[in-house]
Design a protein around this ligand. Structure first.
Ligand SMILES: [Zn+2]
Ligand SMILES: [Zn+2]
Length: 886
């Protein structure tokens, strides 16, 4: 048996146990129809790099659930994975190339992809290592990458099926274009920022020379793509103009003035320019009115040949030049400052251009219908439920999803275009010829799919779909999808749509959304603010269990968490408290008189003493309450309860009383000490896996006869013995604790030195004899001696010079003589009386001094009078106090 170190050293414990758990295969469940499956698919972190605290929170919450259900006897599968993160990863590797003075086009698609794979290999290893440091008990044998063969096949099959059902189409739509990344973005990948720009009022001359129409725009350069001017049909101001033509200055194109009810008559002048190729509203107008589309931009946001004399200019330089030219021609009516929201690329912060483009889309309407139904019908529960409303609202207004990206890194779109007949061949495996004309002159679409397309299939593709594997039928639908509320639409909604579409079943039964981690002031953590704390740094400094405790204790679903050093310190303090208490119990077990006796007590004995009955009652209540909280997904609350029980009831009270019993040598508290410690370790294991395993294993060594698992990981989760709930013992011990606390408080308030014993009398009614049985504990814990426990009718009507503490079920009387060092108190009071008397003399003289009274303002005189009164009052009370002492 090894000596237990004085202090808990996480670094000596964590890696050892993680390795042991892996070797034993505890994290790899098997298909076992006698057990219930419990499944969490880990949200795959982006392969782009280091885990942040948000990942640590995800990993901790999921590990809590998985370890808990594993101990409950479920076949618990936590499947880890990594996302190839299309655009994010491509941007990182492009930046690497840029540092070498290269861009991806110079090295070509194939070489570029090779570079990304190289980088991915390194990065994946780092992510796995970090998860293992966090104690994540996921099944590494089933780890998946979104670009693995299985998930890739799932992507192609899902695409082809949706295409064949008419739910994927290729079309010209307005999309968000990032000129830096040179790809389309979905609406969710665009960040809207409020900026102060300008509203330019441009004058378009009428073709018949009878005047002009003024339009207002924030992007004057887009006038080059105008194909109409539109007014609201109800707007009387323009009634004579509809049907006339205007001439676009400089380029001289004639366009018509049309009426369309989408025009807001209160914006600008009421007449708006229509640029269908660069504005979503204008695009819709053009569809209704049959207007042509003129795209004026190159992919890099320079002006293309449609811009005539402006071709080749960058979009912003072009804007300046156009404004100058209009001004010169007298066609710029005015410029007004204007606040508006402008889209930026989520990855590179470049201002995006709305642009008409030929892209692939998922027709989301029919998919959303089913996804709305399963939430409304309660087949999927969203926690916290306020997010169910957000989800439904979004789904009911969902727009088609642009899924093609002009990137190289990702799942290539499984579509081949025929060079001869122009037909499309959409196929799961690469075709050898066009399915329409048989020509072998076919080329695959160069684009890749939005990263979230493969993520949307994650719950079923990781379990083997499209193959009908045994695992898929056993582990699917999964149990819980745990993730941040910030990706409810990006991801959760799309998994529900695609899961239902592909498998006919929901992908998970519960969606648990956690909050974001912010710094201690509630600020978002970001590299720019310099307030980022890496999980590995925190683990090195405080230990994994402390970090896990810090990110989860006392938190609730959906709410943000402010994490500062103080929370991490609280985590470490709790680990140390566990260690110290555990060490005390373990060392006491070593000196147990007879091991067999302890063991007998451990497993069979009914509790004998009041405090044993009490702590077991509290423990069993805790087990019930923790189980309830865990089932309600209130993990932070469950953890707080275990913490409070262990620190308060067990360490502060039971262990302190046990020490008195151990020193006395009769009726050993060891069986109960061991039982409570062991049960608490199992309760806490899902939250703090390492320290609980270490102490639990030490305990096993000291209780060799005890039956049990080889590891706490597979030990059963505690089950409450309702018969052990003992309200009588709780009532007595609550009273005992209240008595001790109140005496301690009174001692502190009266500054009684710690070593001094004070006399105390406790009066109670029905509890008197029960409290009496605890008098030795009260004496020692409150340093109250002599202590008498009496019934209320023995109380004298008037207590002489005593402090009386009125409690719930008792009164405590503390004679002042016992509380105070009389001689020292007499001296202190006499000194204070002296000071007061001298002050009174001084003030009296002053208030009788004619010189003072004639010169001083009235307010000052009154103030001095008030001070005299206060000193006289105080003197009176000081003299009374002194009189009480004798
Ligand atoms: Zn970008
Ligand atoms: Zn063909």
């Amino acid at each position: 048996m090894s000596e237990i170190p004085k202090a808990y050293e996480p670094e000596k414990v964590e890696q050892k146990w993680y390795r042991f758990w892996m070797e034993q295969g505890y994290f790899t469940p098997v298909v076992d129809h006698s057990k219930k499956p419990f499944v969490i698919i880990m949200p795959p972190p982006n392969v782009t790099g280091e885990l942040h605290l948000g990942h640590a929170l995800t990993a901790t919450l999921e590990d809590i659930m998985i370890r808990w259900r594993r101990m409950k006897g479920d076949s618990a599968l936590w499947l880890p994975g990594v996302d190839h993160a299309g655009i994010a990863t491509q941007v990182v590797v492009e930046q690497q190339l840029a540092r070498e003075g290269l861009d991806r086009h110079q090295i070509g698609r194939e070489k570029f992809i090779e570079r990304v794979w190289e980088w991915v290999k390194k990065s994946r290893g780092a992510i796995t290592y970090q998860h293992q440091r966090l104690g994540a008990s996921c099944d590494w044998t089933r780890e998946r990458f979104t670009l693995d063969e299985g998930p890739s096949l799932a992507v192609r099959i899902a695409f082809v099926r949706l295409y064949e059902k008419g739910l994927i189409y290729r079309g010209e739509r307005i999309i968000n274009w990032c000129p830096r990344c040179q790809t389309a973005l979905s609406d969710l990948e665009v960040q809207h920022k409020d900026i102060t720009g300008n509203l330019y009022y441009l004058r378009y001359p009428l073709a018949d020379g009878s005047g002009s129409v003024t339009v207002a725009t924030t992007r004057p350069e887009t006038y080059l793509g105008d194909t109409a001017v539109a007014v609201n049909p109800e707007d009387r101001r323009f009634q004579g103009l509809v049907g006339k033509k205007v001439v676009l200055p400089v380029i001289g194109r004639e366009i018509s003035i049309i009426a369309d009810s989408a025009v807001d008559p209160t914006f600008g002048t009421g007449a708006v320019k229509v640029t269908p190729a660069h504005d979503p509203v204008d695009f819709e107008i053009s569809e209704r009115q049959g207007l042509p589309l003129i795209n004026i931009l190159n992919p890099d946001a320079t002006m293309n040949e449609q811009a005539g004399p402006y071709a080749g200019l960058d979009r912003f330089a072009c804007r300046e030049k156009i404004v100058a030219d209009f001004k010169k021609a007298g066609l710029l009516e005015k410029i007004e400052p204007h606040h508006h929201s402008v889209g930026h690329c989520d990855r590179c912060q470049t201002m995006v251009e709305p642009e008409v483009s030929q892209q692939w889309f998922v027709k989301t309407g029919p998919l959303a219908e089913a996804a709305i139904r399963v939430v409304k019908e309660g087949r999927i529960t969203i926690i916290p439920d306020r997010f169910a409303k957000v989800y439904l609202n979004w789904m009911e207004n969902i727009r088609d999803w642009c899924i093609s990206r002009q990137l190289w890194w990702g799942h290539r779109i499984p579509v081949w275009y025929c060079g001869r007949c122009g037909g499309l061949t959409v196929a799961v495996e690469e075709p050898s010829c066009c399915k329409h004309c048989g020509s072998s002159e076919i080329a695959q679409d160069p684009d890749v799919l939005d990263t979230w397309f493969s993520s949307a299939l994650w719950p079923h593709s990781t379990l083997g779909w499209p193959q009908q594997t045994e695992e898929l039928s056993y582990f699917y639908p999964t149990s819980v999808m745990e993730t941040g509320y910030d990706i409810l639409f990006f991801w959760v909604a799309r998994m529900i749509m695609m899961g239902l579409e592909d498998t006919g079943d929901i992908p998970f039964r519960t969606v648990y959304l956690h909050g974001l981690i912010r710094d201690e002031k509630g600020e978002k953590m970001s590299k720019m603010r310099g307030n980022v704390l890496s999980p590995i740094t925190a683990i090195d400094e405080y230990g994994t269990d402390a970090l896990r405790f810090a990110v989860t204790t006392g938190t609730s679903p959906g709410n943000d968490i402010n994490l500062g050093r103080h929370r991490l310190e609280a985590g470490r303090n709790f680990a140390n408290k566990l260690w110290n208490a555990g060490r005390f119990v373990l060392r006491s077990l070593e000196t147990a008189p007879a091991e067999s006796e302890v063991l007998a007590g451990f497993f069979s004995q009914r509790p004998q003493t009041m405090e044993d009955r009490w702590i077991l009652s509290r423990l069993n209540r805790l087990v019930m309450s923790v189980d309830r909280a865990m089932s309600d997904f209130q993990f932070g609350e469950a953890e707080r309860q275990v913490h409070d029980f262990f620190w308060g009831d067990f360490c502060d009270w039971y262990i302190e009383i046990a020490k008195i019993r151990l020193s006395r040598g009769d009726s050993s508290p060891l069986p109960v000490l061991a039982l409570v410690l062991e049960t608490t370790l199992r309760l806490l294991h899902p939250f703090m896996p390492f320290i609980t395993e270490e102490l639990w294993q030490e305990m096993k060594q000291r209780l060799p006869g005890a039956p049990g698992a080889a590891s706490i990981v597979i030990a059963p989760y505690p089950v409450a013995g309702e018969g052990l709930v003992d309200t009588e013992a709780e009532r007595v011990m609550d009273s005992v604790i209240e008595i001790v606390r109140s005496i301690r408080n009174a001692r502190a308030e009266n500054k009684v030195p710690a070593e001094r014993w004070v006399e105390a009398r406790v009066y109670a009614d029905s509890l008197a004899s029960a409290i009496e049985s605890q008098s030795e504990s009260i004496e020692i814990l409150a340093r109250a001696r002599p202590l008498a426990v009496l019934s209320r009718d023995q109380r004298q009507s008037r207590e002489e010079k005593s402090l009386v503490l009125v409690l719930k079920e008792a009164e405590v009387v503390l004679p002042r003589a016992g509380m105070l060092d009389i001689e020292a108190e007499r001296k202190r009071l006499e000194k204070e009386i002296g000071i007061n008397e001298r002050e009174i003399d001084r003030l009296r003289q002053r208030l009788q001094d004619d010189a003072f009274l004639s010169k001083a303002p009235q307010a000052v005189v009154e103030k001095e009078g008030g001070r005299l009164q206060a000193c006289q009052d105080k003197l009176l009370r000081l003299r009374q106090e002194l009189g009480q002492l004798s």
